[in-house]
Write a protein that binds this ligand. Structure first.
Ligand code: ADP
Ligand code: MG
Length: 310
């Protein structure tokens, strides 16, 4: 039996609420397999398409004066955590009931602390939300202090930074729930980014990478294993090249060497490998695993996936 943090990628959730409701039924199965084997499971997930949809919808409705206010980005993130959490609670709850496993699942709306001096704040990189013409973009930038940039000829958009997670504010609640036997969904979308200002926590428009947030959570709750579930069964070197090589395991040193060589795409595989390295070296005995959702159980048995060990 192990304490496991599972980070779900975009392919576990899909792009629309209807697609998501279908997909989570499948997502629930390998997760419940791990629970059935007696593991303590905590679930984290991405929220790119979901928070994008909420943010864009709210911005569009606000522009059209159909609603009274725009919706700030941290609030959009909180909404996405609730909506995705509901689907996961529903699907995993149903799967547990179908297998007559007497366990309950709860979602914790989660704030994640970031440092306002994180260098990411001076280089916002992630475009979010609606497209505006130049004039409107300048007006919004002035009114709200947003950074607006031209996005590939399609108009102007807000860009937000991607700072590193420092702490999970609700970690105590997560631990208490785990101790009481609950399955917990937390740090959705990497968490709602908050900075500490004069002793209080303030939500800030930013996107924390869900792979890094999951890793931080795994350390904080003293998990044994971090499993990052994504669209590929294994990590490769020479990915997309004729001499591709799929890896079953990497030491921390090997992973760092491959990362230096540029083997992992920034924004997709690189943060996963970096998160695994960080977790594997954080304490003796900890390991991390990257594999696909449908192969999770086999990978747990050591039959597939890429394991990163310290
Ligand atoms: P997620 O939503 O799970 O975070 P991403 O698209 O961000 O998924 O990252 C996973 C993707 O990374 C894979 O589907 C694959 O296309 C890509 N990728 C980039 N480099 C590699 C590599 N070296 N080995 C395997 N996959 C890679
Ligand atoms: Mg990703």
């Amino acid at each position: 039996m192990a304490k496991i943090v599972i980070a779900l990628g975009g392919n576990a959730l899909g792009n629309t609420p209807y697609e998501q409701l279908e997909l989570v039924r499948e997502t629930a199965k390998p997760i419940v397999d791990l629970i059935e084997q007696g593991n303590e499971v905590v679930i984290a997930h991405g929220n790119g398409p979901q928070v994008g949809m909420i943010n864009l919808g709210m911005a569009t409705a606000a522009e059209a004066k159909a609603i009274k206010s725009d919706m700030p980005f941290p609030e959009c993130g909180a909404m996405s955590q609730g909506y995705i959490g509901y689907h996961l609670q529903n699907a995993i709850g149903n799967e547990l009931a179908a297998r007559k496993i007497k366990k309950e699942i709860a979602t914790v709306v989660t704030q994640v602390l970031v440092d306002e001096n994180d260098p990411a704040f001076s280089h916002p990189t992630k475009p979010v939300g609606a497209f505006y013409d130049k004039e409107t973009a300048e007006k919004i930038a002035k009114e709200k202090g947003y950074t607006m940039v031209e996005d590939a000829g399609r108009g102007y958009r807000q860009v937000v930074p991607s700072p590193k997670p420092i702490d999970v504010i609700e970690k105590g609640a997560v631990e208490a729930l785990i101790k009481d036997g609950y399955i917990v969904v937390t740090v959705g979308g990497g968490g709602i980014p908050v900075v500490r200002k004069g002793g209080i926590l303030v939500g800030t428009p930013a996107v924390i990478d869900k792979d890094f947030a999951s890793e931080k959570l795994a350390e904080l709750i003293d998990a044994d294993l971090l499993i990052i579930l994504t669209a590929v069964e294994k990590v490769a070197i020479n990915y997309n090249k004729p001499n591709v090589m799929w890896l079953s395991k990497m030491s921390v040193e090997e992973a760092l060497k491959y990362a230096d060589e540029g083997q992992f795409a920034p924004g997709s595989m690189l943060p996963k490998v970096q998160a695994c390295v960080q977790f594997a070296k954080s304490k003796p005995g900890r390991k991390a695993l990257i594999t696909s959702l449908d192969k999770a159980l086999q990978a747990m048995k050591g039959q597939t996936g890429t394991v990163v060990t310290g």
